[in-house]
Each structure stands twice: as structure tokens, then as C-alpha cells.
Write a protein that binds this ligand. Structure first.
Ligand SMILES: [Fe+2]
Length: 188
């Protein structure tokens, strides 16, 4: 049962995450603890500013909600228009995904050879309120798709770095890698 005002939910989440990172450096424990905090945050869909919930006509949007002053973590709203998807990509740091609105599909991939990327299991459907994790230690390559082709879906992501500035990779189905730095979407 949440007692705080919706306007304070994000700020309280950020403070709790920062405190966890002050206390904890083990990645598995961080994923567990920050994942629990994220589950609490996305349990209520009444706090995300409308400015950070606007889909783009051409492709998905990623709006920065918070960058830790020491760049230990960042919080981003991912907004998927109907049917929109990411390329296959990695993260290189731990990441947590909490579905705030709608639903999404995450298809994991793994390298079966130096340049052969294959699906790792079936796609996972993340319903509203679900939390999922990525990282080099638990599976870092995936493609995310809006599960709906007639409405917007939104997920809140937390990463163990200023993710918009991290040099990482996108992949083609045949395993070709291209380096990319995602940046953040300008607010509409
Ligand atoms: Fe991702």
C-alpha cells in the first residue's frame, strides 16, 4: 500500500536506488533489490509526466528521467508506439525493465558461434507490472517489441550507468555488430 503522493514516487524511487548503491556493490543483489523497488514504482501508473510518455511516429522514444550525479545509474522511460521495436542490442551493464503501461515482448539472443546469433528461448511477454533484468551475466542481448499494434506501451528502465552515453552494440540477425551510443530522446 503506497502512502506517498504520486508526484513524489519517482523522487523517492531515485533516493532509494541511490541508497542501495551506497550500501551494495554485488550485481546480483543490486538486480534483486533495485528490481523490487522498480516493481513498487510501476505498480502505480499515476506519476509519469505526460512529457515523458509521448510516443514518436517514426520510432520508439527513450526519455531520461534521472541521471545519477556520479553516473552510477540512470532512469529512462521507454515509449513504444503501436508495433514499434528496438533493433537487437546489448547493454554492457545491468539493466532492469518495469512495465508501466501496456505490455512488451523481449526476445533474447545468444551467440552460437563468432558471428552466429540465435534466439535464446521463446520471447518473454512482460505484462503491466512485470520486471525483467538484463546484464552480461544473465543475458545481455535482446530485441524488445511493443506487444500491441494498436496502442502505446511504456516501460521504466534502470541501468547501472548513464546508459545514453555507453558505447554498446546493435546486431543484425546474422550476427554483424555495429557500435552505437543511444543518447536520449529530446522531450516533445
Ligand atoms: Fe534493452
Amino acid at each position: 500500500m503506497r502512502t506517498e503522493h504520486p508526484e513524489h514516487a519517482l523522487q523517492h524511487f531515485i533516493e532509494r536506488v541511490a541508497r542501495r548503491l551506497d550500501e551494495q556493490s554485488d550485481e546480483a543483489a543490486i538486480r534483486r533489490d533495485v528490481g523490487a523497488l522498480l516493481a513498487d514504482l510501476v505498480a502505480h501508473d499515476d506519476w509519469l509526466p505526460a512529457s515523458h510518455a509521448q510516443p514518436g511516429a517514426d520510432r520508439y522514444r527513450q526519455y531520461l528521467l534521472h541521471r545519477d550525479p556520479q553516473a552510477r545509474f540512470s532512469v529512462v522511460s521507454f515509449v513504444w508506439g503501436p508495433g514499434q521495436a528496438t533493433p537487437i542490442h546489448d547493454h554492457t551493464v545491468w539493466g532492469l525493465i518495469g512495465v508501466l503501461r501496456g505490455a512488451e515482448l523481449s526476445q533474447g539472443y545468444r551467440f552460437a558461434g563468432p558471428s552466429q546469433l540465435v534466439p535464446a528461448g521463446a520471447p518473454v511477454r512482460l505484462e503491466r507490472g512485470a520486471v525483467d533484468a538484463v546484464s552480461p551475466s544473465v543475458g545481455d542481448i535482446h530485441r524488445v517489441t511493443n506487444a500491441f499494434d494498436d496502442r502505446t506501451s511504456i516501460s521504466i528502465h534502470v541501468y547501472g550507468a548513464d546508459i545514453g552515453a555507453v558505447e554498446r552494440s546493435v546486431y543484425t540477425e546474422d550476427g554483424q555488430r555495429r557500435s552505437f551510443v543511444s543518447g536520449y530522446s529530446p522531450l516533445p
